[in-house]
Design a protein around this ligand. Sequence first.
Ligand SMILES: [Zn+2]
Ligand SMILES: [Zn+2]
Length: 150
Amino acid sequence: MRRKDDDVDNGRMKKAQDYWRTPRGKEVHGRANKKCYKSEKGQESRRKTDAKRKIYKRELYHKLRKTVLMHYGGNPPICSCCRESRIEFLAINHINGGGTAHRGKIGKGSLYPWLRKNNYPSGYNVLCHNCNMSIGFYGYCPHKKDAGNG
Ligand SMILES: [Zn+2]
Ligand SMILES: [Zn+2]
């Protein structure tokens, strides 16, 4: 019984190999691809696909950004310092600093997918770029300083 099965399998394998090894088919396929890449039409369609992919990627990124910001900054997310609520200004901040070192650990990719992948670890909050930059450069934010000094 086993032998019979083996024979059938071998037969199938042979047929499949013959099919893929047909030199004519291979050659035609390769040429067609090359032509497509070199022709103007091919480049045009490629450019269009790339543009579409770019937009799609951007939309996905914005969605993810919003999700992560909402997780750390509430719904709607706001800057934990000045309560800026326009999402374009907001970013994730590493509370204890060391964002750059951390970035090295995550690698080349963005912080947002990393945070989602790691189940939103603690130690981050939401700041707007103004507050974020100020804290990064000066170690404090003028908003807080004003409030502290009355
Ligand atoms: Zn702010
Ligand atoms: Zn601030």
